[in-house]
Ligand binder design. Structure first.
Ligand code: NI
Length: 172
């Protein structure tokens, strides 16, 4: 089931999410809904706070090439264990800030630990777009958005545009 995505500015997007201690069927269903919502958008990542659920859960799939098999990842309580000194810069966007993009510099490689949907501990090192995406999604769990990395002036401009779009959508 697709879920509505919160649009910035929204106080729920600024909150720190709570760790998940037991992966219930309800949470598994939520992760399925999040993947469906993300693919439909379309997007490459989605964090639970973006649909108003303040729990530490993200989903992502950064496979972009046409014809390549999808690789949906569901991460409960994801944590960055190590980050490279080498950085990379990507033009980032966010499903909660539609149509707005900005260049953000982040560590080029990160090692992440998480719990998968079966409750197994997983660990993997990500690079390229995957590294940027997983850091962007984990930031959502801390109430942090990609526009928090850019200049205040640019951030205000993007926020005004997002606010306007949000009003227009609310009016239908
Ligand atoms: Ni985002």
């Amino acid at each position: 089931m697709k879920r509505p995505i919160l649009i910035h500015p929204d106080p729920r997007l600024k909150k720190v999410a709570t760790p998940v201690d037991d992966i219930s069927d309800e949470l598994r269903k939520l992760s399925d809904d999040m993947l469906e919502t993300m693919y439909d958008a379309p997007g490459i990542g989605l964090a639970a706070p973006q649909i108003g659920i303040l729990q530490r859960l993200i989903v992502l799939d950064c496979v972009k090439e046409e014809g390549e098999a999808p690789r949906p990842l569901v991460m409960f309580n994801p944590e960055v264990l190590a980050a490279s000194d080498v950085t990379s810069t990507y033009e980032e966007g966010c499903l909660s800030i539609p149509e707005q993009y900005a260049e953000v510099t982040r560590p080029a490689e990160v090692t992440v630990r998480w719990m998968d949907r079966d409750g197994n501990a997983r660990e993997e090192t990500f690079d390229k777009l995957w590294a940027t995406c997983v850091q962007h999604e984990i930031d959502h769990l801390e109430g942090k958005l990609f526009i928090d990395y850019i200049s205040p002036m640019r951030r205000q401009m993007i926020t005004r545009k997002s606010q306007k779009l949000k009003r227009e959508r609310a009016r239908g």
